[in-house]
Write a protein that binds this ligand. Sequence first.
Ligand code: PHE
Length: 468
Amino acid sequence: MLRSLVRARPLRSKPLPRYGQWSSPFIFVLAVIGSAMGLGNIWRFPYLVGQYGGSAFVLVYLACVVAVGLPLMVAELMLGRRSRCTPIYGLLRIAREEGLSGGWSVIGWLGSVTGMLALSAYSIVGGWSMAYVFRSAAGAFHELDAVAAARLFQELTDDPERLLAWHTLFMAMTILVVGRGVRYGLEEAVRWFVPVLLTILGILVFYAHGQPSFDRAVDFLLRADFARLDATALLAALGHAFFSLSLGLGALVIYGAYAPERVSLLAVAPVVVLTDALVGLLAGLALVPVVFQAGLSVVPGPGLIFQTLPLAFGTIPGGQLMATLFFTMLVLAIWISAISMLEPAVTYVMKRWRVERSLAASLVGVLVWSLGVLSLLSFNLWSHLQPLGSWSPLGRGTFFDVLNFFVTGLLLPLTGLLTALFVGWRMSADSSRIELGGGWGYRLWLVLIRFTTPVAVVLLFLHAMGLV
Ligand code: PHE
């Protein structure tokens, strides 16, 4: 299969990227998959599928992926590979080469800054997950009841010092990988963690398969119930596609900048999106049977991972080992996604101030860490602060909620929209044809990125603002 990802001959020769290059097409694909697989797949996809009609929702999700996810993924990877540069300067360079305004570098700015904002919150959850690896290994979930499970999580989030320690450790791990560079940091992490993660997922599915409630879980996840599909389901699918595919954060632009010249981006993107959806479904098959077995129901987000699952794993035989494996997998998934969130800003600092990668990673990392401190305080000391008051689309939210709302509701769609407009309408079609290699796949992509993607993203945007 790998052969089909590789073109016989590079279309043109360009200088090697300054910050590094993936050593093979396979590693490149693995890296993009690693960035895509993360919290989104594990704590949101199974819930969405169950909530909005099983395989009917999967179909809608795949349609959103084709209309929006795939075209944007190709566009971001292409911008990176064409410029071979950090997103901010890369966009500037491409805009100039195309005779357009340098103002288009705003796409790079939005992506790099949003990546930092997203990471500051993502790291908090990374910290919780690490704490839960130790808790599960120590047998803390044994025979928990619902009240005790809720208390266990609350004890953690109520304690700013503990949260700070975990957040600091998680950021340090992320900085460490990014500071070591593309070959020895990012690439090594991806090479080891992605296979380990997939193996653990396989073990968890196998274990779940042995549970009497497996069939019920399959029914929950896969039986098509078209009656539950409504406009909300469509918008949920669209929003999920953005986050789950790592779009709009500059992550794919910078990963594309390290891509081998002979890889066909039009072939890589479908492999990544299918793997990402499959991982989401497998996560559902691994978790839902366990939850059902304990007589519980599937809820979205942190509640599922940090309350329902400990409770469920605590009641079934072998649960301690499985819970430990699960939280280890979660830490790995968050970690490899986190490095791709930090990389765009780090490469900008390297280029802008001509500093070593390790210093740049530490500087940006400390900035993200500080932002994260604001988030973690919003679970305890500042839990009463509601920065936006009762502004309607969000309701009353803490700093952490507001940040998440801005990132997923506004900044990601905005970057996506600008990217689609730039690549589809402003960049000449000749440029994208050279980068993507022409053919029917290319023509289809051009239609999607010009028409379908912008319309869908505007809808998502209006929805986030509470207007549709
Ligand atoms: N795709 C990741 C997830 O599903 C999140 C992510 C977004 C990672 C953007 C990197 C960049 O959790």
